[in-house]
Write a protein of this length. Structure first.
Length: 253
């Protein structure tokens, strides 16, 4: 955890509302993480694909990517089972990127992601554009989503990357679960033990270190059929200080 000292000398931590999410460095983030399929991407996609293969094609009326960012592969994965997908995102730069990808056509770098997703789940639309045609971009705060709206909620590197405060992390996770109807599906990935981190040459962003035990503790009272696993840190990615990723599937209680 990184401590900040206020003008009065009080030690504080960074919370979600302290951050200007409109200034998220989209180009740097994509360049560092998603211009190729890294081994960690392949591991997450394989884990999630096994979950989505259990769901009949088109069986879910509406899903949500909870804090979508500019990452397209969770949206691709959800298209196998979801008739519509809301990509809910607060940051203006991320929203603009998502809208460009859907309205003007996706970057070529996402084609291999779609190829791997479809190899592991042939129920996906045959083309990347066809998968993204299921997506509606929503510029908004995920905390404002009404309870029980969705059949499935997906979240990738959001709750632990939006705050340095463990209690706020837990609040985000509870809101994530709450947005699906009882019996709705949950799929998520978290950076493991991620501290406050840097993207690009200068920008710094909050991190809340979590591990499988923390994730299990938060989600166990809210879910059933909870499955939590992890993968090791990926040496092909920048060293953000994490120790890997925590992966989750569950059903809302």
């Amino acid at each position: 955890m990184t401590w900040r000292v206020s003008k009065s000398g009080e030690i504080t931590t960074t919370h979600n509302d302290d951050v200007d999410w409109d200034s998220w460095p989209v180009a740097d983030y994509l360049a560092e993480n998603y211009r190729e399929v890294h081994p960690s991407d392949a591991a997450v996609i394989a884990h999630h694909s096994a979950f989505y293969r259990r769901l009949a094609p088109g069986s879910l009326g509406r899903s949500v990517e909870w804090g979508a960012g500019p990452n397209l592969y969770p949206l691709i994965l959800a298209a196998s089972a979801s008739r519509r997908i809301d990509a809910v995102e607060a940051g203006a730069g991320n929203v603009a990127y998502l809208e460009r990808q859907i309205l003007r056509g996706p970057d070529a770098s996402w084609v291999p992601f779609h190829g791997l997703c479809r190899e592991l789940n042939p129920a996906l639309p045959a083309t990347l554009a066809g998968a993204l045609a299921h997506v509606d971009v929503v510029h908004g705060d995920v905390r404002d989503l009404p309870p029980g709206r969705y059949d499935l909620a997906s979240m990738h590197f959001v709750a632990e990357g939006a705050t340095e405060d463990r209690a706020e992390f837990a609040d985000f996770c509870r809101l994530f679960v709450r947005c699906v109807a009882p019996g709705g599906y949950l799929v998520a990935a978290f950076m493991e033990n991620m501290p406050t981190y840097r993207i690009g040459p200068a920008s710094r962003w909050p991190g809340c270190p979590v591990d499988p035990d923390v994730v299990t503790e938060v989600f166990a009272p809210l879910t059933r059929e909870l499955a939590v696993t992890r993968i090791d840190a990926d040496p092909t990615l920048p060293d953000y200080g994490d120790s890997g990723m925590v992966l989750l599937t569950a059903v809302s209680a």
